[in-house]
Design a protein around this ligand. Structure first.
Ligand code: ZN
Length: 211
């Protein structure tokens, strides 16, 4: 199954993708994580992308498209994948058309005030990238990843100012994508309008939408 999770930044789509992936036997592919990997490894793409990440801006389409193309060609993505953070605009969606046939769009419908509340509690693992939330999804031990023991941190692009810019960009550029996919009849809207909605509940809604 080839899925796309759409939703505003800090809407929890990474968390839901991490949980739904194993249930349906496909990897979660986060373009944000792919880009952070490239920056860490100081590759050409990483060096090009770094200033955009630091300013909280979108990475140029050509870089993201190339990274994604390489990633979905890996053997573990043969049966399918969940894309998290891609596509972000119509150009990226058109490029994806040429690479894969998408079965369903999971559209997380989340109001801005809920996004801002969630963001204030978000923590990521330095080692494996797993996402936690001190409000809704705390680790067993404060500041430590349950899975790998890595240190949890508040990402530099997780500040309220940066988020407000990213929300604006999302509403302008990504929302037209929802119409683009609605015309194809493959969008499932998942309402997430409570701030403290437990991840299991949202995952259940998503699994129901996939049946
Ligand atoms: Zn970890």
């Amino acid at each position: 199954m080839k899925l796309i999770f759409l939703g505003p930044p800090a809407s929890g789509k990474g968390t839901y993708a991490q949980r739904v992936g194993p249930k349906i036997g496909v990897p979660q592919i986060s373009t944000g994580e792919l880009i952070r990997e490239e920056i860490k490894k100081e590759t050409e793409h990483g060096k090009e992308a770094k200033p955009y990440v630091e300013a909280g801006q979108l990475i140029p389409d050509n870089i993201v498209i190339e990274l994604l193309q390489d990633r979905i060609a890996q053997p573990d993505a043969e049966k399918g994948f969940i894309l998290d953070g891609y596509p972000r605009n119509i150009v990226q969606a058109d490029a994806l058309e040429g690479m894969a046939s998408i079965d369903k769009i999971i559209n997380l419908v989340v109001p801005d005030e809920v996004v801002i509340y969630r963001l204030s509690g978000r923590r990521s693992c330095k080692k494996c990238g797993k996402i936690y939330n001190v409000n809704t999804l705390p680790p067993k031990q404060e500041g430590v990843c349950d899975d790998c023991g890595g240190e949890l941190y508040h990402r530099a692009d997780d500040t309220i100012e940066v988020l407000k810019d990213r929300l604006k960009v999302y509403r302008e550029k990504t929302e037209p994508l929802i119409d683009y996919y609605k015309k194809k009849g493959i969008v499932a809207d998942i309402e997430c309008n409570q701030a403290d909605i437990p991840p299991e509940i949202v995952v259940e809604k998503i699994m129901n939408a996939l049946e």
